[in-house]
Design a protein around this ligand. Structure first.
Ligand SMILES: NC(=O)c1ccc[n+]([C@@H]2O[C@H](COP(=O)([O-])OP(=O)(O)OC[C@H]3O[C@@H](n4cnc5c(N)ncnc54)[C@H](O)[C@@H]3O)[C@@H](O)[C@H]2O)c1
Length: 356
């Protein structure tokens, strides 16, 4: 199944609800040189047929059918989160590699088992959030942490919103067992995964929620507080109820003992364009007397790349062709996100996490 002569790898997208948006991104030149859409798959035959006709590719009506096709090297899996581990297991056992989407699963033991099996079988399993590598602006933030004397990370404030008027339609997004925390699971998860990367293991979690205006029974307004074993405290706010044009900014304020880093906090000048990341490091000028410690921007950058949740197609391609086993660190980050999602099954309850 390995590629010869650097040819794009044949890829089938399974799950064509959100997955149909992925089909358009496969045309981007950087992605198209690595992956060639070989087919589309959905249990809903009419949807599969429609997309297949649009892209002039084969329609598959079940995952089994895709897995029996030896010409397919990789699967893009865009089904609902619950049950994903089982589908990933079928894919890797069929000798194919997988790109999938957030959140990985809700079932923690099943997540652990399938990722360990992927490591044993040396099959690649990547997703967009958490991604296998830090996104460019998180890499820059990690560099600033290394090169400036910031001290420990003590506090994090993270926030993301959009403006939806969804109505209940019987999908997984309506069911609190399949979509715990509602907006926190759907939007907040990107920030949760960013934070895990920076703050490490979680010790305690509590979610509070409300429903303001959407028609789904799951929360459309939510706040999660997290205490990390390192002593870092974090709050994550996620909402579908804010229509200010600053959607999906994934704002992040990281407070260290001797400085703060901000990503996409504030308005226009800090978030110049949706998808870009604007980051700034602020430190006090300690060369001056205390009453003149006016904080100042020490570093500032705009990174022209989508931040949280970008699909790292090149990384995925390189891992597939070079048979790069998914790392223990990546497996741990995926699992830690699933562990936090599990706490969201019971809003209002303070979850003391057991060390893992
Ligand atoms: N930016 C992003 O990356 C982003 C944005 C939105 C949603 N998502 C994620 O995408 C995933 C899918 O969300 P959705 O809203 O499209 O879900 P959905 O339930 O609306 O759609 C899933 C589709 O998969 C099909 N399907 C399910 N099981 C299948 C199987 N075994 N074989 C073939 N087809 C199957 C269903 O028929 C359905 O069409 C979720 O994990 C969601 O969080 C990601």
């Amino acid at each position: 199944m390995n590629p010869v002569n650097n040819k794009p790898l044949p890829l089938v997208i399974v799950g064509l609800s959100f997955g149909r948006h992925i089909l358009t991104t496969l045309n981007e030149p950087e992605v198209a040189k690595r992956f060639k859409l070989a087919g589309v798959c959905d249990l809903r035959k009419n949807v599969a047929d429609e997309e297949a006709a649009k892209y002039n590719v084969r329609a598959y009506y079940s995952l089994d059918e895709v897995l029996r096709d030896d010409s397919v090297a990789v699967v893009g899996l865009y089904t609902q989160p619950v049950g994903r581990a089982g589908l990933v297991r079928e894919i890797i056992r069929a000798g194919k590699d997988v790109m999938t989407t957030k959140p990985f699963e809700l079932d923690y033991p099943a997540t652990a088992e399938v990722l360990r099996e992927a490591q044993r079988l040396n099959r690649v399993v990547h997703l967009n959030s958490p991604g296998p590598q830090p996104t460019p602006e998180i890499q820059q933030i990690q560099d600033w942490i290394k090169t400036h004397d910031l001290g420990r990370l003590v506090g994090i404030k993270a926030e993301v919103w959009s403006s939806y008027f969804d109505q209940a339609d019987g999908s997984w997004m309506d069911d609190p067992r399949l979509c715990p925390g509602g907006v926190m699971m759907r939007l907040g998860i990107y920030l949760i995964n960013d934070i895990i990367q920076l703050a490490g293991a979680v010790d305690q979690a509590q979610l509070v929620t409300s429903r303001v205006r959407t028609g789904r029974p799951t929360p459309d307004n939510a706040m999660l507080t997290l205490a990390f074993t390192s002593g870092t405290l974090a709050s994550v706010y996620a909402s579908f109820c804010i229509d200010d044009g600053d959607w999906y900014s994934n704002g992040l304020a990281l407070h260290f003992e001797r400085g703060s880093i901000y990503r996409n906090i504030g308005v226009a000048d800090l978030s110049p364009k949706m998808g870009n990341s604007s980051i700034a490091l602020v430190m006090a000028d300690t060369s001056k007397p205390f009453d003149e410690h006016i904080s100042r921007v020490v570093e500032r950058q705009v990174i022209r790349d989508e931040a949280s949740g970008q699909y790292q197609w090149e990384e995925f391609y390189q891992a597939v062709v070079n048979r790069v086993t998914i790392s223990d660190e990546y497996v741990w980050r995926i699992m830690e996100g699933v562990r936090i999602l599990n706490c969201m099954q019971e809003p209002g309850v303070i979850h003391k996490m057991t060390a893992v």
